[in-house]
Design a protein around this ligand. Structure first.
Ligand SMILES: [Fe+2]
Length: 396
């Protein structure tokens, strides 16, 4: 089975248009920060990386590889300060011992890194074995032999948050020019970390406000409340099969829960009408997709939620609404929800119908394979069918 991945930020749709391929969004950096040359092309590459990705680990890993290449270093690491324990811990490391390093912590006043952290100075150690600051315990644990290194503090807004190190120059020893280059790199990395932290804070605030909105929707209709909570849960159980990374789960769950937020703009006479809707009422009801997109679309960080709210009634064969999008032009999370939404509705009691038995629901879902539903996503969903039925009964 082909694995699919979900973009962290999906694209915006306009009526009738096939969406363009996803590109990472740009992010702001502090343009006031300018530094002495790292090697202009290398520095440009790093700035470009920082600007083009919201994934902090990806930025830091690539930055470190580039830095090693520029400085001819064998290994490098980023240590971050833990104020609770007064230790420096390896946040990221490259080289053959990177996995062992991740579990090592060292007192913040020990070693070359500790010295650099405490004094705020960039330290060049041409021969580690002769340095009074060298903390041999790390080498003893990892069996790595440190010959020479540079350590420089990572500053954020006047505070030091950790240390950046490069180790063992491949040809000879590090120079004062290398020191300056590493210092410049630490400043760039600090921008990336600061941006990522700000981004996370803003994202958390948005998620909280989304949950508040979902609560408002729940109070209007108790059936809807249970339905949206189950939708979030089904999606989390299906997500790993579709290659969706765990870091996106919170956003995915909340975005799934928000799929019918546009119903807050539908008159009660239609939304709560017992029995079937006539054509005119159905036309109004269908606008909950675009209205949901408009409500959520004010915030760029909610793009995933916008995609789901707008596109969850699109169909694989292009006969859905509101934009008659077809197959993979429908965002993957919306294709997931199309299945989840119908599954849950059929299995639940509604004012106008009794619940269908699980086997009958499966039959109906299979009838929609390749027409209403993405066939591959449906297959994956059905592989977990028993699990999904348990979620339904335990959350009803
Ligand atoms: Fe809907």
């Amino acid at each position: 089975m082909r694995k699919k991945t979900i973009p962290v930020h999906a694209k915006k749709h306009s009526a009738g248009k096939k969406p363009a391929p996803v590109k990472p969004k740009s992010r702001q950096t502090d343009s006031r920060k300018s530094h002495a040359p790292l090697g202009l092309s290398s520095q440009n590459k790093i700035i470009k990386l920082i600007n083009s990705s919201l994934n902090i680990d990806e930025v830091l890993n690539l930055s470190m590889k580039l830095m090693e290449k520029t400085l001819n270093a064998t290994a490098s690491s980023i240590l971050l300060y833990d104020a609770e324990t007064n230790e420096l811990k390896f946040y990221l490391a490259t080289g053959s011992k990177k996995d062992i390093l991740k579990v090592i912590r060292m007192p913040a006043d020990k070693g070359v890194a500790g010295r650099s952290f405490l004094t705020g100075r960039t330290l060049l150690i041409p021969d580690a074995s002769k340095s009074p600051f060298f903390y041999k315990q790390v080498d003893d644990t990892t069996k790595f032999v440190t010959k020479n290194l540079i350590a420089t503090p990572i500053p954020i807004k006047g505070k030091r948050i950790g240390v950046l190190e490069v180790l063992n120059k491949a040809n000879g020893t590090f120079t004062k020019q290398d020191m300056q280059k590493l210092k410049n790199m630490a400043n760039e990395i600090s921008v990336a970390i600061d941006n990522a932290r700000l981004y996370d804070e803003v994202k958390s605030a948005y998620i909280v406000s989304m949950l508040n909105m979902a609560q408002a929707e729940k109070f209007r209709d108790i059936d809807t409340g249970l339905h949206i909570e189950r939708c979030g849960e089904y999606a989390l159980h299906l997500a790993p099969d579709l290659g969706i990374p765990q870091k996106d789960f919170d956003n995915l769950r909340v975005s799934m829960m928000m799929h019918d937020i546009g119903k807050v703009a539908i008159p009660d006479a239609i939304l709560l009408k017992p029995g079937r809707l006539n054509d005119e009422e159905m036309t109004v009801m269908k606008t909950h997709t675009t209205k949901g997109g408009q409500i959520l679309g004010q915030a760029p960080l909610l793009q995933l939620a916008v995609d789901i709210a707008t596109c969850h009634h699109e169909k694989w064969d292009g006969t859905g609404y509101p934009n008659r999008l077809k197959d993979e032009s429908i965002p993957l999370p919306a294709r997931m929800l199309a299945i989840i939404d119908v599954f849950d509705a059929l299995l639940s009691k509604r004012p106008y119908k009794d619940p269908f038995p699980p086997e009958k629901v499966k039959e109906i879902l299979l009838e929609g394979k390749g027409t209403h539903f993405d066939p591959q996503v449906l297959d994956l969903f059905l592989q977990r069918y028993a699990e999904m039925c348990v979620i339904h009964s335990s959350m009803s």
